[in-house]
Ligand binder design. Structure first.
Ligand SMILES: *[C@@H]1O[C@H](CO)[C@@H](O)[C@H](O)[C@H]1NC(C)=O
Ligand SMILES: *[C@@H]1O[C@H](CO)[C@@H](O)[C@H](O)[C@H]1NC(C)=O
Ligand SMILES: *[C@@H]1O[C@H](CO)[C@@H](O)[C@H](O)[C@H]1NC(C)=O
Ligand SMILES: *[C@@H]1O[C@H](CO)[C@@H](O)[C@H](O)[C@H]1NC(C)=O
Ligand SMILES: [Cu+2]
Length: 329
């Protein structure tokens, strides 16, 4: 990779008087065979079943946080606790990158998952989302569809009365809803959207996540701040909103689709970085905290996980072919 090469030059030119341990950049890691993350429908069915079983397994493991709920519930719990520190701020992308990694680590170490980490490329489903193979009704390899028993638009169904009725997660009970301890089944309520511009509220807001829209978003935003902002507020938000139900409040990791959605968001950041790696692998800017605080974000900022995983700096997760992450798309 270009970045490794450029860091190597830097080490040769300026690093000679320093100890090797001091100057070796993180990119020169032991990650020699990065794992290939894979789109859901490219996984053989047996691997989709393995993934779904591993996700269900998380709900059979005790909380790592000492809560009276499961390891599965720790993810929505932590995401909700940190909501205002990780959304609409620069750390949105790096925080969720490490969050997905913590989840992947739990699948592998606690539940024996061995296949590639899947992402959900929803650009493949724009315009016909309800028929997405990801939303398959299969009780062993599907995430299930709408919980409301039909297409509901424009008003959102009561999220706690529209349990999904097909797919592998119909029997899953999750512990939290927004700020409350409120055991419930997984809910979805598909909608066409709530955009101020009614033209956008068609086909489950497909205009936000067509291949052309994503291409435009990637090509017309040249710095991190604009790219992150367009990604978070555009396709990221659209997918949360049109799936509805548990995907809407800050306990959205309740929905097993959350992780595959955020893996795709991570992939889009990764692809954008690859376009100009020597610059974009270190490009990090924007606000550190939510408005009106204007403290600028910095690579040295710490990302918090409340004990679910280790806290890390933004800098340490800017690229993925590192000791700790070691994956590519
Ligand atoms: C955990 O405990 C709280 C109160 O201590 C209770 O409201 C909640 O229902 C419990 N959750 C579970 C999953 O048992
Ligand atoms: C799941 O079943 C519903 C109801 O029969 C159907 O409308 C939907 O298209 C199915 N989903 C998929 C992805 O096939
Ligand atoms: C849910 O539980 C019922 C009753 O135990 C069972 O018949 C059904 O197969 C389960 N569904 C899934 C998707 O595991
Ligand atoms: C392309 O992206 C730019 C910048 O995000 C945006 O202003 C414009 O509306 C987009 N165009 C289309 C056709 O989506
Ligand atoms: Cu989030």
């Amino acid at each position: 990779m270009k970045t490794i090469f450029e860091y190597s030059v830097w080490v040769l030119a300026f690093g000679t008087s320093l100890s090797h341990a001091t100057v070796l950049p993180r990119q020169q890691s032991s990650c020699t065979a990065p794992a290939q993350r894979t789109e859901w429908r490219s996984l053989p069915v047996v691997q989709r079943e393995e993934y779904i079983s591993a996700v269900q397994c998380l709900a059979s493991k005790p909380s790592k946080l000492g809560l009276n709920s499961t390891l599965y519930d720790d993810f929505p719990y932590v995401h909700n606790q940190l909501n205002s520190q990780i959304h609409f701020v620069a750390s949105f992308l790096p925080w969720h990158r490490w969050f997905v990694h913590i989840y992947e680590t739990a699948l592998r170490s606690e539940c024996g998952y061995t296949s590639p980490m899947p992402f959900w490329d929803w650009t493949l489903d724009a315009g016909h989302m309800r028929d997405s193979p990801v939303l398959s009704n299969s009780s062993t390899s599907g995430f299930g569809g709408d919980g409301s028993g039909g297409f509901v638009s424009p008003s959102r169904p009561n999220p706690l009365t529209s349990c999904i009725s097909t797919g592998a997660f119909t029997n899953l009970t999750v512990a939290y809803y927004a700020g409350d301890a409120r055991p419930h089944c997984i809910n979805r309520g598909f909608t066409d959207g709530f955009d101020e511009d009614p033209e956008m509220n068609k086909d489950m807001m497909a205009a936000w996540y067509t291949p052309a829209a994503i291409k435009n978003l990637t090509e017309s935003n040249h710095d991190f701040e604009n790219f992150w902002d367009a990604l978070e507020n555009g396709p990221h938000g659209a997918i949360h909103n049109v799936l509805g139900g548990d995907m809407v409040p800050a306990t959205s990791p309740n929905d097993p689709l959350f992780i595959m959605h955020h893996c795709q968001i991570d992939r889009l950041w990764w692809l954008w970085q690859q376009e100009d790696a020597s610059v974009r692998n270190r490009d990090y800017s924007g606000r550190k905290n939510q408005e009106p605080d204007e403290t600028p974000a910095a690579l040295g900022d710490s990302l918090q996980f409340l004990g679910l995983g280790t806290d890390v700096t933004v800098e340490s997760v800017m690229t993925t072919e590192t000791d700790s992450l070691c994956y590519k798309y």
